[in-house]
Write a protein that binds this ligand. Structure first.
Ligand code: FE2
Length: 225
């Protein structure tokens, strides 16, 4: 049987690397020489990887969960939108937790952090659902900023009612998407995504809207009117 010519290229491997060539990881020390495993880390492997394991925006059918590719693709796209918006809302809560000012400082400072933690839990739940569906979860801040539909707040410190207004707007954007996505997941037979969107994302956001909204009711502090 003839050997494949593509396999053997010893001459090319032996050639000295050119100065302009991209940096490549140093070869691991030969473990066979001493019979002990190498403890030398192999660095810069990102420069050697020929391609990512999976491209963002694609879905694989690797996990046998009884859903076809079209359904997975739809759910993954919508869950990545919810994920980007949830990460953004989570960070908006932390910004406001740090920057809040005024007579309701203590209440809002604590409440904002509680909601931050709850949104953090949602982030992980949504991202892991995306992976289960065979997708790739959006993760890094720059990518989230490109994808999110929540308006970007200024870096400035804002007064408490403005903070609350921003949060309520963000919650409303998310909740409108939740209703839309839950219906589509239900129609497509993706019960797990429907349940996540309704039971986790929608319920949490509705509850947070209640707690935040009551801070901006225009009511007298001490005297009934
Ligand atoms: Fe804190």
């Amino acid at each position: 049987m003839a050997k494949s010519p593509a396999k053997a290229a010893p001459a090319a491997k032996a050639a000295a690397p050119k100065a302009s060539a991209p940096k490549r990881a140093a070869a691991a020390p030969a473990a066979k020489a001493t019979g002990t495993p190498s403890v030398q880390p192999i660095l810069n492997q990102q420069f050697n990887a020929p391609a990512p394991l999976q491209k963002y925006g694609t879905v694989s059918q690797r996990l046998p969960i009884g859903l076809d590719e079209k359904t997975r693709q739809q759910s993954v796209t919508q869950l990545n939108q919810l994920l980007a918006d949830t990460i953004t809302l989570r960070d908006l809560y932390k910004k406001h937790h740090w920057q809040v000012v005024g007579p309701t400082f203590y209440q809002l400072h604590l409440l904002y952090d509680k909601h931050y933690e709850e949104q953090s839990t949602l982030v992980d739940t949504i991202a892991e659902r995306i992976q289960i569906l065979g997708g790739v979860a959006v993760a890094m801040a720059a990518d989230v900023a490109e994808l999110t539909s929540i308006p970007r707040p200024p870096k400035d410190r804002e007064e408490a009612p403005v903070q609350v207004g921003r949060l309520l707007e963000a919650h409303q954007i998310m909740l409108k998407n939740c209703h839309d996505y839950a219906k589509q997941a239900d129609d497509a037979g993706d019960d797990g995504t429907n349940d996540l969107v309704v039971s986790d994302v929608m319920r949490t956001n509705e509850m947070q809207v209640w707690f935040i909204s009551e801070h901006v009711v225009d009511t007298p502090l001490a005297r009934a009117e």
